[in-house]
Design a binder for this molecule. Sequence first.
Ligand SMILES: Cc1cc2nc3c(=O)[nH]c(=O)nc-3n(C[C@H](O)[C@H](O)[C@H](O)COP(=O)(O)OP(=O)(O)OC[C@H]3O[C@@H](n4cnc5c(N)ncnc54)[C@H](O)[C@@H]3O)c2cc1C
Length: 387
Amino acid sequence: MQQPHADESVAAVRAAIREVCKKYGNEYWREMDRKGTYPDAFVREMTELGWLGALIPEVYGGGGMSVTEASVILEEINRSGGHASACHAQMYTMGILLRHGSDEQKQRFLPSIANGQTRLQAFGVTEPDAGSETTRIQTTAVRKGDRYVINGQKIFISRVLQSDLMVLLARTTPYDDLEDKTQGLSAFIVDLRDAGEHLKVQPIELMFNQHTNALFFDALEVPIKNLIGEEGMGFRYIIDSWNVERILIASEAIGDGDWFVDKAVAYAKIREVFGRPIGANQGVQFPIAQAYAHIRAADLLRFDAAARYDRGESCGAEANMAKLLASEASWEAANACMNTHGGYGFASEYDVERKFRETRLYITAPVNNNLVLAFLGQNVLGMPRSY
Ligand SMILES: Cc1cc2nc3c(=O)[nH]c(=O)nc-3n(C[C@H](O)[C@H](O)[C@H](O)COP(=O)(O)OP(=O)(O)OC[C@H]3O[C@@H](n4cnc5c(N)ncnc54)[C@H](O)[C@@H]3O)c2cc1C
């Protein structure tokens, strides 16, 4: 299959990740899925090789890579049959620290994240009563001397039990006291190792192997030196990181999409029914070809968005469109692959049903496609706001 991005550094990253992923084939991921186990060996190796520190500048011991290169890392994990959600947050979450953290915070946290001593894989934003309306979150951070005291609850917070650090968004000014509702939220680095009884973590069972939890904070103390940037500006900082997040999510979906297409094509060629390969039937062939075309289109938008970001240009429209189209294309490819496999698609040993469950997430999280469409409709096309 042709790769649309021929840049040498991107090709080198792609080849290197493929080598690592070869050691963690479908059997590895199937086993993790069956037991609900975190793929620790894979995440550890990726960290030790420096791939999960790709976006950390070299001065802090990271890879100093572009978003284009980083996106290929996650794409290749999914394309190999794995699932990058086990480790992608280290890349997304890092952005807020890189762009808004103080020099002291960067010195304190980034080198040990880059060398793998510390894991930052958790990002605590979503709450049960706020959902997609982040400015309505109610978890509070109240300043007491040289600490903030956190109380409240979060939902769907992934990899908390597999992380040392978590970036947390909490309310520092009551909602009703704010004229600008995008203010009054602050971002903190929480050291989960010190949380003890003050943080209860309750795992949530999900339809695929993702380690996601409900969190309950009871007077958890966070030192003021762990406040990122200015108090009250946390939501703005999170918005700043959305474009990179969208590009990286699109890349994972594209990796999945290509995995489904490869798998469907291979099966369509060898499975014979009515005396000929099923792939000769247009009812089987065309849905795969259609999904493939949609994946390639989304892929071009992903590389366009990433290149714009890397050049320091605005890329909100492109990043959002890439996420929208890539998540739809991977889901389309998942269904085409499932249909191609007939009954065998439901058998775990074929991996199709596992990847099918995994790839559905990209339509819903970290942001729902409805809200992506609202961004395009309102912010890009200038139509009236729905919220
Ligand atoms: C597996 C998984 C892992 C996750 N990991 C994390 C994590 O690590 N950290 C974290 O903070 N969060 C995480 N999330 C949460 C995720 O980001 C939220 O589920 C998502 O933001 C949507 O919130 P919600 O589920 O409350 O949906 P809701 O906001 O209740 O929305 C429900 C539906 O209504 C639609 N809707 C709502 N308002 C509008 C509107 N104005 N116009 C059109 N449609 C609308 C939505 O698009 C959606 O289809 C995770 C979620 C999942 C499923």
